[in-house]
Each structure stands twice: as structure tokens, then as C-alpha cells.
Design a protein around this ligand. Structure first.
Ligand code: MZP
Length: 500
């Protein structure tokens, strides 16, 4: 047998050591943008990127239509669960793609006289990151500009300032610029962190939109409905059994990205699935693969044509694979190993294949550590299952609100395809459990806190982008006694809820 020299380690065994933070390194200046799919780094832009490095798990109890809408709105992506009929999964994808996005409903009453606080409150209430301001506060009125809540300009404004003055930079840039070039529009989109750039004529009419995804320009009819211009991006899970029927249905439904959902991805079945997709669709259909836990597994899937590679076996909160089968690897060791393999693969081929750390995140700081160790983005189950937007029931257990959360390998999910290696069906055994997780409220509120913690730690390490972060990060393995030292200790806690 081959023996790995290092111990199999997990996130709680590491800490980041701060680096120098220049004055420019403030949380509002940090970008969490990250590639979702492979690309020739330095030569082209990735076809799909995320503004927050988080995707929701391909699970019945996590990723349905509401999760799809809510996470896309925040700049991430949900992967609709595949352990359902092809028709039902395709319908969920269609529903997310059909949903309205971008601008708030016409009863929002945000007019040029509204204050910034009004806009912030509305944005928090609705979860909309871009708010249109029209002359009469309805979507039928004249569009005067847009306010984006996510660009943190608000932090530099006086809270009582009128929206109209806040909009000034937009008006200066956009109004009367009907003839701007696509590259000028592109610059503005990045500068203002917009997904789409409305171009407005002198008299306030909408003349066209430029989209971030491909910078294509869409000529608008001046009376065109604003709700109709933008579509959420959404992913969907597939398996290595019925992919010849499932993939075409999901592509037709508008899925932006697919992912092979399997507990163990270093296999001929994943190779065959990827080969078939490339044969049928070339590179136009984006598909991730996994899961693997070492460099060998990564290289195999990268060479098979995966658009991203997912890491993690046995670390999921509801997972008992390590107990039942004795396979897996500590999630931190797996991420560190695979990140090295990704970088070597990039040096050799010029192709950057993003990697996703899947499962095992308990605290928000685990996400930060996974990103420091080289993960491009994270897949989370338990984290998202706690929110209003997950599809499971909210129940009262002994006076405390909980959400149900069950593994795809549990008897409840019966997702045997995820674990199938051929053989008799009656020999299937559970690799996951059915559980409760504490209800935590809305996705928007929680994600805002989580990402602000990540931004803050990145600043402690002197990094403004995720790439800079993993290059600058200094990590130390910690002893069991320093773990004790890291929590509140030797005091009698008054309120445990303050400890998160
Ligand atoms: P977590 O975020 O709850 O810790 O882990 C979520 C991940 O666990 C999923 O993305 C998936 O890879 C994995 N999973 C899902 N179901 C099971 C199971 O039943 C499982 N064993 O391990």
C-alpha cells in the first residue's frame, strides 16, 4: 500500500497569520470575484464567473427554485438537485431562468427624493442589488438611473443624502452617452460592479442595455419593461447513468452550468459522461466533475475535460461515508493537494481549471481558510439548508426553530445513482443521515455577514482579490491546546448566542 506522509488534516487545525495591510486594503475594496469554469488565464476571460465564491450543494434539502433565485441574486450559483425526474429538474431550471431579476417591483416607490437609507432598506428587504429610480417611483415612469447596493458606495455617502445626488456619478457617466463603445461600457460595468449597464438618453429614456456576461448590446425599445432584461444564472446536477437524456433536457431548459454529482469521481463513468458531453456540445456546455481528494484525481478529471473539479469525500456534515466505507481524506489536506495540482496543470497547459471545496464547512472562517488554501469557490450544504430559501420544512423542535437537512446518500433521499457502482439494488446502504439544522433566517442577511468576515480577514492578510489572497496567505497548523485558547475561555459566558 502507498502511505501519505502527511496527516489528513481539516480546516479547524489551521490558522492564518496576518500579513501587512496597506491603507488601501479595506473590506469595501475587496473583490470576491472568481472563475466558475476553466479558461486560458491571461489570454481570455472565463465564460462564467461568480461575484461571491459560493455555490449551493446539489441536494434535495438545499437547492430548489428559491435557492436558485436568491443565490444568483447575491452573485453565486445554485446547483438544482438531480435526484428527481428529468422533467421536474428541467422545470426547476426553467422557473429560475424565467424569474424576474435586477429591478424592484413598481410599488417600491423609490424616487429621486428618496434617501439612501430608503434604498438600503429596500435592498435589504427585497434582496435586490440593483434598484431602478424612475421619476414617479413606478416601473412605468422614466428611468433616471440605477443604484447598486453592492458597490459599497453607500458607505462613503451621508446617510441622508438624496438618491438623486447619489446617482450623480451614474448620470455623468451614462446620460447622453448613447453612442458609447462596448469597451467603454465594459469599463463602467467593472468599475461599478454592475451586471448590466442601462444606457439612458438625455431625456431619461432607456436606449439600450449592455450585459456583463458577453458585453453584447441589446437595443431597447424606449418603453420596454425593465423586469425582462436579465436572467439569473443557474446550475444543475447530473449523474453518470441517464446523462444522455438528462443533459439535453437541462440544456434546453437554460441551465448555465452542469455538474456531475457523485460521491467519488475518479472513475471511468465520469470520463464517459464528460466525453459524451464534449462530443455532443463541444465546449459550449459547461460541466463540473468530482469529487476527488488528491492530485491524481484532479488531473484525471481535468484531462477528461471537466470545466471545474470538486473536492471532498466524507467531510459533509450529513455524510457517513468514512464510517461506512473507510474512504475519504481530511478536507484541508485534500484542498491543499488539489490546489497544487491545479497550478501545475495551468503551468503545463495554460488552462486554469477552477477547483471547488465541497462540504465540511462548519464556521465562516473555514470558508476563508479554504479560499486561502487555494479553493476558487466553495460548495455548501448545511450552510444554505438553514435559510428561508432552502426547500425543506421549518419545524419547531423543543421550542427552537430548525430546518430539516438530509444527505443525498440517506434513505430519505434515495439518490442511489450518486453512489451507484453497478450491482444489485437491494445491497444499497446509506452513506448519509437525516437531520435538523438551526434555522438562521434569510440567505441575504447571512451571506452579507459571512462575506464581510471573509473580506475583513483578507484585508488582515493584505489581499484585495482571491488570487492575491492565496498567494499571500501564511497558514500555520495549530496544536489542540491553541484551539482551546482560540475560543472564549476561562470566563463564564453570559450569552452563548454571541459565539458563532
Ligand atoms: P456540508 O456543507 O453539509 O458539510 O456538505 C455538503 C456536501 O456533502 C454536498 O455538497 C455533497 O458533496 C455531500 N453529501 C451530500 N449528501 C451526502 C450524503 O448523504 C454527502 N452522504 O456526503
Amino acid at each position: 500500500a502507498f502511505y501519505y506522509e502527511d496527516l489528513s488534516r481539516t480546516f479547524s487545525e489551521f490558522l492564518l497569520v496576518p500579513g501587512y495591510s496597506p491603507e488601501t486594503c479595506i473590506p469595501s475594496a475587496v473583490s470576491l470575484k472568481t472563475p466558475l469554469v476553466k479558461y486560458r488565464k491571461g489570454v481570455e476571460e472565463p465564460a462564467l464567473t461568480l461575484n461571491v465564491p459560493m455555490v449551493s450543494a446539489i441536494m434535495q434539502s438545499v437547492s430548489g427554485v428559491k435557492m436558485g433565485e436568491a443565490l444568483a441574486r447575491e452573485g453565486g450559483i445554485a446547483f438544482i438537485f438531480g435526484s428527481q425526474s428529468i422533467e421536474d429538474e428541467a422545470e426547476m431550471v426553467r422557473k429560475v431562468k424565467r424569474s424576474k431579476s435586477g429591478f424592484v417591483e413598481s410599488d417600491s416607490n423609490i424616487t429621486p427624493d428618496s434617501t439612501l437609507n430608503d434604498v438600503i432598506a429596500l435592498s435589504q428587504k427585497t434582496g435586490h442589488s440593483t434598484i431602478a429610480v424612475t421619476d414617479d417611483g413606478t416601473l412605468n415612469g422614466k428611468l433616471l438611473g440605477v443604484v447598486t447596493s453592492r458597490d459599497y458606495r453607500v458607505s462613503r455617502m451621508d446617510g441622508n443624502e438624496k438618491v438623486s445626488s447619489f446617482m450623480t456619478p451614474f448620470e455623468k457617466l451614462i446620460v447622453g452617452k448613447e453612442g458609447i463603445t462596448l469597451s467603454e461600457a465594459n469599463d463602467m460595468i467593472w468599475e461599478h460592479k454592475l451586471n448590466q449597464l442601462p444606457i439612458i438618453t438625455e431625456d431619461g429614456r432607456l436606449s439600450s442595455f449592455v450585459f456583463r456576461k458577453d458585453y453584447s448590446e441589446h437595443k431597447a425599445n424606449p418603453n420596454e419593461n425593465l423586469d425582462s432584461k436579465k436572467r439569473y444564472i443557474v446550475g444543475a446536477g447530473i449523474n453518470t447513468r441517464d446523462y444522455k437524456e438528462r443533459v439535453p433536457a437541462l440544456v434546453a431548459a437554460g441551465a448555465d452550468c452542469l455538474c456531475i454529482d457523485s460521491s467519488e469521481g475518479f472513475s471511468a463513468w465520469q470520463k464517459n459522461t464528460l466525453a459524451w458531453i464534449r462530443e455532443q456540445y463541444g465546449d459550449s456546455v459547461k460541466v463540473g466533475a468530482g469529487n476527488v481528494v488528491d492530485a491524481e484525481g484532479f488531473r484525471f478529471l481535468a484531462e477528461c475535460g471537466a470545466d471545474f473539479v470538486k473536492i471532498g469525500i466524507g467531510g459533509g456534515s450529513i455524510c457517513i461515508t468514512r464510517e461506512t466505507k473507510g474512504i475519504g481524506r481530511g478536507q484541508a489536506s485534500a484542498v491543499i493537494d488539489v490546489a497544487k495540482a491545479r497550478d501545475e496543470y495551468f503551468k503545463e497547459t495554460g488552462i486554469y481549471v477552477p477547483i471547488c471545496s465541497d462540504g465540511g464547512i462548519v464556521y465562516d472562517y473555514h470558508m476563508t481558510l479554504a479560499l486561502a488554501m487555494g479553493a476558487d469557490f466553495l460548495m455548501l450544504g448545511r450552510y444554505f439548508a438553514r435559510f428561508d430559501e432552502s426547500p425543506s420544512n421549518k419545524v419547531n423542535v423543543n421550542g427552537v426553530y430548525m430546518k430539516e437537512y438530509w444527505g443525498e446518500g440517506s434513505f430519505r433521499a434515495r439518490n442511489w445513482q450518486r453512489y451507484d457502482m453497478g450491482g444489485k439494488k437491494n445491497l444499497s446502504f446509506a452513506e448519509g443521515v437525516d437531520s435538523y439544522v438551526p434555522y438562521a433566517g434569510s440567505l441575504h442577511d447571512n451571506l452579507e455577514v459571512t462575506t464581510s468576515k471573509i473580506r475583513s480577514t483578507m484585508c488582515n492578510c493584505g489581499a484585495l482579490s482571491l488570487e492575491e489572497f492565496r498567494n499571500k496567505a501564511k497558514l500555520t497548523v495549530i496544536s489542540p491546546t491553541s484551539i482551546v485558547e482560540g475560543g472564549a475561555h476561562d470566563v463564564l459566558l453570559k450569552d452563548r448566542s454571541e459565539v458563532k
